[in-house]
Design a protein around this ligand. Structure first.
Ligand code: NOJ
Length: 467
């Protein structure tokens, strides 16, 4: 048996549900973005996606048959409150009740993300996360979810990836609102952190059983050069990617040198109110969710300008990443990379977990996402994805070693349960343990080799340090 360790996989509402206009759902910013021609470089939508809205039972059953005991999914804010605020929509609530109850029927522990990139369109139009009003609006929405589902959901996630989402929205500019403006980015992220802190405190006030956390895309950072400039660059990258989120939600305060750097950049930070400090202090997390994909090699910036290229086409071309005054990202030419330029380095998860243990010894960690995107193909004998098996195996082994060395890791979730809409990368970049044949009428599900590998691994590892 695998004790209480959670072995699962993850999805998010917009990426898999479909049913974009069903059950009284309102429109989200992603519905609107995918239907506009502007900026949608891989012009597809999540209107149907995997049709999880109707086929969720099949997906959950496959998880259970694959040995998994937990499912991480997100609630679409627009199903609960179609306009983002105001009247709640019972049909939406009923859908998530069915989803949760089906998980429980198959002995699958639900982990629920309250916000995973899809914002109700009216709130988006009012400025989205840049507008401080959203903090109260998010709290109202979270309270409804705690009330409706809190009797059965024991693991909550306030917000998915405040860092990566805002980097895409306001850094790369490949997610709506498609701008390149880091000043606006930090502001939006601040309101996310504030909203998360408010919801964490509110959850605890309800005295519901369970834990609440935030999912942080976190990165092991290596200094490219062992010089004072090289070490400074590594620290700046750590502030940029990790500490600007993790310190706030785990320790309840922004790092002083982070704030100083925003001021040095000449940014207006008047949106940071003095009274918010108490909110952050009170709203720390019970556990930290980590989305683990890659590591970064930090170098001193090569100039004052900020350059953020992005690879949404899987063309293998090299991209530049530099934050003027902070750092730039280097590369290790000897490391294997995916067609989207992501370095494959499973052992780096060990370094990250040991660093989290050093920084936050009392906070349990949950690996809420780990996976690799690729072009998978179906053959007569199924879907062979040895690259995914090797990648996941490496991560699972190194996580096991970190557990042996004292890290408090409570669960591991593969991204993704089945192939899903991969945001701006469309449908060709597949991460699933289960292949979706998007061309077939019934959106046929075909377990990949990695699905069977995962099943065996859960059985085996459950008898080791993961117990
Ligand atoms: C992180 C995000 O949470 C998820 O939505 C996304 O699809 C995966 N990374 C893969 O890129």
């Amino acid at each position: 048996m695998n004790g209480n360790f959670l072995w699962g996989s993850a999805t998010a509402a917009y990426q898999c549900e479909g049913g974009w206009k069903e059950g009284g759902k309102g429109l989200s910013n992603w519905d609107v973005f995918c239907h506009s021609e502007k900026n949608n470089v891989n012009p597809v939508t999540g209107d149907i996606a995997c049709d999880h809205y109707h086929r969720y039972e099949e997906d959950i059953r496959m998880m259970a048959e694959g040995g998994q005991n937990a499912y991480r999914f997100s609630i679409a804010w627009t199903r609960i409150l179609p306009e983002g605020t105001g009247e709640k929509n019972q049909e939406g609530i009923d859908f998530y009740n069915r989803l949760i109850d089906t998980c429980l029927k198959y002995k699958i522990e639900p982990l629920v993300t309250l916000y995973h990139y899809d914002l109700p369109q009216p709130l988006y139009e009012a400025g989205g996360w840049e507008n401080r009003k959203i903090v109260d609006q998010y709290l109202d929405y979270a309270e409804i979810c705690f009330k409706e589902f809190g009797d059965r959901v024991k693991y909550w996630i306030t917000i998915n990836e405040p860092n990566y989402e805002t980097l895409c929205c306001y850094g790369f500019g490949n997610y709506p609102p498609n701008v390149q403006n880091l000043e606006r980015r930090w502001r939006a992220m601040y309101h996310m952190m504030l909203a998360s802190a408010r919801a964490s405190a509110a959850f605890r006030e309800r005295k519901l059983p369970g834990m609440i956390g935030l999912v942080s895309d976190s990165y092991p950072i290596v200094a490219g050069k062992d010089t004072p400039e090289g070490l400074r660059a590594a620290h700046m990258a750590d502030l940029f990617f990790n500490l600007s989120v993790n310190e706030v939600c785990v320790k309840g305060a922004y790092p002083r040198d982070f704030i100083e750097q925003l001021q040095a950049d000449g940014y207006d930070i008047s949106y940071m109110f003095k009274e918010d400090e108490a909110v952050f202090e009170k709203g720390t997390v019970d556990y930290l969710g980590i989305n683990a994909y890659n590591r970064y090699i930090a170098e001193p910036p090569q100039g004052p300008e900020t350059i953020l290229d992005v690879n949404n086409t899987g063309d293998g071309k090299k991209k530049r990443f530099q934050i003027g005054g902070w750092f730039c990202l280097g590369e290790d030419p000897d490391m294997e990379k995916t067609p989207w330029g992501m370095e494959i380095c499973p052992r780096s998860i060990y370094d990250l977990l040991m660093e989290l243990k050093r920084l936050y010894p009392d906070t349990p960690v949950m690996i809420t996402e780990n996976g690799v995107g690729n072009y998978d193909e179906v053959t007569d004998e199924g879907v062979h994805d040895p690259y995914r098996v090797a990648y996941l195996q490496g991560y699972v082994d190194w996580i096991g070693k970190a557990i042996e060395d004292g890290c408090d890791v409570r669960g591991y979730f593969v991204w993704s349960t089945m192939d899903v809409y991969s945001w701006i990368n469309g449908y060709k970049k597949r991460y699933g343990l289960v292949y979706i044949d998007y061309d077939s009428e019934d959106l046929r599900r075909i377990p990949k080799d990695s699905y069977y590998w995962y099943k065996n691994t859960i059985e085996e590892k459950g008898r080791t340090c993961y117990g």
